[in-house]
Design a protein around this ligand. Sequence first.
Ligand SMILES: C[S@@+](CC[C@H](N)C(=O)[O-])C[C@H]1O[C@@H](n2cnc3c(N)ncnc32)[C@H](O)[C@@H]1O
Length: 200
Amino acid sequence: MKDFWEERYSEQDFAYGTRPNDFLASCKELIPSPCRALAIADGEGRNGVWLAQQGCDVTTVDYSQAGVEKAKALAGEQGVSINAVCADLAEWEWPENTFDLVVSIFAHFPPDLRRQVHRNILKTLKPGGTLILEAYHPSQLEYKTGGPPVAEMMYSVETLKADFDGAEIVKLEDRVAEVNEGKYHFGQGAVTRLILRKPS
Ligand SMILES: C[S@@+](CC[C@H](N)C(=O)[O-])C[C@H]1O[C@@H](n2cnc3c(N)ncnc32)[C@H](O)[C@@H]1O
């Protein structure tokens, strides 16, 4: 799978564009100040760079070296700095109680790794910290406008409720939305959106 992403990000264009994800941008008022933010599976950095533009101290993690290089270049072009880490989230040492905000945008993993990553998100958030997540829902397979090719890598309200049991759910919904981001997310799709707070 890693090779797939290396190849995709070796293209000249930004696969999902350079603008932030619409759902994330709509949550701007949830970003505290100051804010230490983590963007997981951040790809070519569009969301991490946007968070830095909002004044956050940003760490991004992705296992694609090509993605991380493009993220650093994008940050440089936009005149901000991010700590872009190239690492596999299955092995990364998640620091405990560290981030005010974690952002997970179209970060799709197989079920075991998904559960592991989601447990680690709760671990790495500070008490009272916020997670903003958008992912494709299994019914996205009918829309064919982007996302993983298999339902087991997509998320629903039920999956996320179980993964984040014990957290304070601020918003959790399955919905149909327009997702137009670069050439690989191109039109109406089925997504699941989550905003949660780690209990204080
Ligand atoms: C659909 S892309 C989304 C990229 C970015 N979040 C965005 O919205 O533009 C999925 C990303 O997950 C990353 N990824 C998948 N599995 C990973 C893992 N185990 N560790 C780190 N990154 C991973 C890929 O390299 C890819 O950049």
